[in-house]
Design a protein around this ligand. Structure first.
Ligand code: AMP
Ligand code: MG
Length: 355
């Protein structure tokens, strides 16, 4: 299949420019498009055949449910059984935006879209191209991240082309994604909001707004028996570069020293090591292959660069990768959640010497 590439200026996006893309979606085809979080791989959410095509294009297991994207709050009602009261302040505050809510699904949503679950994930993106595309199509759009299953999510059209060229009908290039991490997923079907996947909107934000909010234990720990992730996508090794990745946890100075030691050990074995860390830490790193996650130590500046950094390690042919750890606070919880999964929970703890 020949994949058409369409360039759309984010600031001039209108449904008219996206008419052809809308037609493809209505006709059961697949279109990748930018959102404020990561690039999505879209298909008609109400068409079981489109959902099957999405799984095939990604090489993703079909029990991994898709997020349904809408362009107006009124489009939510036909997709769900009910809108629980706790969802209302969340919707008012963060839609359109990087937040996905889990509802009991209505009969309109096919099982293929939800991976057989009786719940449906819904999001209203704020990216002007995504919003215009959904409007142009006139249907709800099921869209997982537009990467091959298991690979880091795409934050630029170049990443999508790497993974999806020849596999889908169209790729819309709308520039770089601002947030760079997938949406925050909140289950609103229980007694209080439950965070299933951390993102740019944090548990601290959710608690401040609703006065409640628990965290699915699978957010920070590996899934296993007795600790089954409620967001099924969270059970696979995910976001992973080709080379094995280890997270080095500790005070920045001690962590940098340990990373340098590990890199020179690798070099003496003839292996090429790569390092993913903040600009602040990069000043201390002696390894020649470094991907910087922003200048300061903040997870906010790391988030938009994380997936591109993981892909860079593949491009440069790293044999081993070491990444700096961030604190599990604010957006740091989301950055560490993705890093831990990419590392398959391989964590090296460094203790600074006493005194
Ligand atoms: P992605 O589209 O790649 O950002 O991943 C979508 C993820 O959303 C899935 O892997 C699940 O973790 C989550 N998700 C989608 N639908 C549901 C649902 N009904 N219940 C819980 N989690 C969901
Ligand atoms: Mg994904």
């Amino acid at each position: 299949m020949v994949t058409k590439i369409l360039h759309i200026d984010k600031y001039k996006a209108d449904p008219g420019a996206l008419e052809e893309a809308g037609r493809i979606l209505r006709g059961g085809g697949l279109v990748a498009f930018p959102t404020e979080t990561v690039y999505g791989l879209g298909g008609n959410a109400l068409d079981p055949e489109a959902a099957r095509k999405i799984y095939a294009a990604k090489g993703r297991p079909s029990d991994n449910p898709l997020i349904v994207h809408i362009s107006q709050v009124s489009e939510l009602t036909p997709l769900v059984k009910e809108i629980p009261a706790m969802a209302e302040p969340l919707i008012r505050k963060w839609w359109p935006g990087p937040m996905t809510l889990i509802f009991k699904k209505s009969g309109a949503v096919p099982d293929e879209t939800t991976g057989g679950l009786d719940t449906v994930a819904v999001r209203m993106p704020s990216h002007p191209v995504a919003a215009a595309l959904i409007k142009a199509s006139g249907i709800p759009i099921a869209a997982p991240s537009a990467n091959l299953s298991g690979r880091p999510s795409p934050t630029s059209a170049r990443h999508v082309i790497e993974d999806m060229d020849g596999r889908i009908d169209m790729i819309i290039d709308g520039g770089e994604c601002e947030i760079g991490l997938e949406s925050t997923i909140i289950d609103v079907t229980g007694a209080e909001p439950e965070l299933l996947r951390p993102g740019f909107i944090t548990i601290e934000d959710i608690r401040a707004l609703t006065g409640g909010g628990k965290i699915d234990p699978a957010v920070t720990a590996p899934g296993g028996d007795g600790l089954r992730p409620r967001a099924p996508g969270m059970k696979y090794r995910h976001y992973a570069p080709k080379a094995p990745l280890a997270i080095v946890e500790g005070e920045p100075e001690a962590a940098a020293e340990e990373i340098n030691r590990l890199c020179s050990e690798a070099a003496s074995r003839g292996q090429k090591a790569g390092v993913i860390c903040s600009g602040a830490m990069a000043a201390r790193i002696k390894c020649p292959l470094v991907a910087e996650l922003g200048e300061d130590e903040s997870p906010e500046s790391a988030a938009p660069r994380l997936f591109a950094a993981l892909r860079k390690m593949d491009e440069e042919g790293a044999d081993l990768i070491y990444a700096q750890a961030y604190r599990d606070k604010g957006v740091g919880l989301a950055v560490m959640n993705r890093l831990r999964k990419a590392a398959g929970y391989n964590i090296i703890k460094v203790h600074s010497p006493l005194g």
